[in-house]
Ligand binder design. Structure first.
Ligand SMILES: C[S@@+](CC[C@H](N)C(=O)[O-])C[C@H]1O[C@@H](n2cnc3c(N)ncnc32)[C@H](O)[C@@H]1O
Length: 337
C-alpha cells in the first residue's frame, strides 16, 4: 500500500480517517508489511503490500465462501476466464473494452473498480488513464488481488489494490469520477447494500457500470437458458433492478455476453429525481400533480360526489379550482367567525 493512498482510504465501518500504526517492511513509498488503525485504535493489517479491511464479522456467510473459493482458483483464474466469453462465441478483450467504454472515462479520472479480481479489466482501465488519473481496485480476495497488483505495478501510474467488501467500501462519499464492477454483484452478501455503496462513493454526475450473469425472463424456458442455470444457479438470480439506488439517472440496461449477462450503466444524481409538479393541469380535474398528491382530504359519499360533479360542470371550472376555493372560503369563514 502506497503511503500516499492512506489519505484517500477510510475505515469501512466508521468511515473515519486512518493512520499508520507501524511499518515492518517498506520499499520507497510502499508499505509492504505494517499496520494501520482507525480513530478508535481498530487495526488493519498490510501484507504483501495489500491492506486487508475484512473482519471476522464480514466473513460470516457468503463473503467467507467467496474469499475461500477464489483463494482456491486465483492461480489458474487468468488461464481459464476466457471460457466465460468463448462459451458464447464472444471475444474477451472486445467485450471488456465495450463495458469499460460505458464509463465514459477521461484520462484524469479517479476510478474505483469493485470485485477487480486478478485485474484483467483493471489493466485496461489503467492504460486509459494518464499520470493525473487514479485507479483503486477492491476485492474480497487478497489471493486474487496479488495477481492484480503484479499487473498494475508494471505501470508507473497511480493505482492501489485494497482488500475489502463491496458492502462497506473503505472510501469517503463523493470520491470517484466513475465506478466499474464486472462479475462481482452476484457474490455480494447484500446486493442492496452493495449497489447503494456504489452510488455513495461516486461524485454527482459520475458514472457507475456493473455487469453480472442473468438468464433473462424471455430465455428462462429455452434449452439454452436451462443449460446455463443447470450449470450455475447464479444465472437464475434476478437482475437487481429494485436495488438500483434512487440517485441513478439515465439508467441503461442491456443483456450482453451471449444475451445472458446484464450490464447496467447510470449517472449519479442528487437524491431522488425532481419533477416540475406545480404545472397547472388542464381538464375537469384541474389542479397539479402536487395538489393531487399532497392535497387529499377525507372522501365524501357517492351522492355528494355526483352532486359536486354536476355543480362543478355547471360552474365551468375545474374540480380542483372549485373545491380549493370552496373549502378555503368555508374554512376562513369558520376560523374568523
Ligand atoms: C468472477 S470474479 C470477477 C473478477 C474480475 N472482475 C474479472 O473480470 O475477471 C468475482 C470476484 O468477486 C470478488 N468478490 C466476491 N465477493 C465480494 C465482495 N463481497 N466484495 C468484493 N468483491 C467480492 C471475488 O473475490 C472475485 O475476485
Amino acid at each position: 500500500m502506497k503511503k500516499t493512498s492512506l489519505s484517500k482510504l477510510r475505515c469501512p465501518k466508521t468511515k473515519s480517517k486512518l493512520a499508520i500504526k507501524s511499518i515492518a517492511i517498506e520499499i520507497g513509498d510502499e508499505i509492504v508489511e505494517g499496520v494501520i488503525e482507525n480513530e478508535k485504535g481498530f487495526e488493519y493489517i498490510i501484507k504483501d503490500g495489500i491492506v486487508d479491511f475484512i473482519t471476522e464479522e464480514d466473513l460470516k456467510g457468503d463473503a467467507g465462501f467467496a474469499r475461500n473459493y477464489y483463494k482456491g482458483i486465483a492461480h489458474t483464474y487468468d488461464q481459464n476466464v476466457d471460457i466465460t466469453f468463448s462459451l458464447y462465441f464472444e471475444d474477451e478483450l472486445k467485450v471488456r473494452n465495450y463495458m469499460i467504454d460505458l464509463l465514459g472515462l477521461k484520462p484524469n479520472y479517479k476510478i474505483l473498480e469493485i470485485s477487480a479480481g486478478t485485474g484483467k479489466d483493471s489493466e485496461i482501465i489503467l492504460k486509459r488513464l494518464k499520470s493525473d488519473g487514479e485507479l483503486f481496485c477492491l476485492d474480497i480476495s487478497p489471493d486474487m488481488l496479488k495477481f492484480n497488483k503484479q499487473k498494475l505495478d508494471k505501470f508507473s501510474k497511480n493505482s492501489e489494490v485494497v482488500c475489502g467488501t463491496a458492502c462497506d467500501l473503505p472510501f469517503d462519499d463523493n470520491t470517484f469520477d466513475a465506478l466499474y464492477c464486472f462479475a462481482g454483484v452476484g457474490h455480494f452478501p447484500s446486493i442492496k447494500k452493495g449497489l447503494s455503496e456504489m452510488a455513495r462513493v461516486v461524485k454527482k454526475g459520475g458514472k457507475v457500470v456493473f455487469c453480472e450473469k442473468n438468464v433473462p425472463e424471455w430465455l428462462r424456458e429455452t434449452t439454452y437458458g436451462k443449460i446455463l442455470i443447470n450449470n450455475n444457479s447464479m444465472f437464475a438470480y434476478d437482475a437487481p433492478l429494485k436495488y438500483i439506488p434512487v440517485e441513478a439517472r439515465n439508467v441503461g440496461i442491456r443483456w450482453i455476453i451471449g444475451n445472458v449477462h446484464y450490464v447496467v450503466d447510470y449517472e449519479v444524481g442528487d437524491g431522488e429525481p425532481k419533477g416540475n409538479f406545480d404545472i397547472p393541469l388542464p381538464g375537469e380535474r384541474g389542479g397539479t400533480f402536487n395538489t393531487r398528491y399532497f392535497g387529499k382530504l377525507e372522501g365524501v359519499s357517492d351522492e355528494t360526489k355526483k352532486l359536486a360533479k354536476d355543480a362543478q360542470s355547471k360552474l365551468g371550472i375545474s374540480m380542483y379550482e372549485w373545491l380549493d376555493n370552496l373549502i378555503k372560503h368555508e374554512a376562513i369563514k369558520i376560523l374568523n367567525g
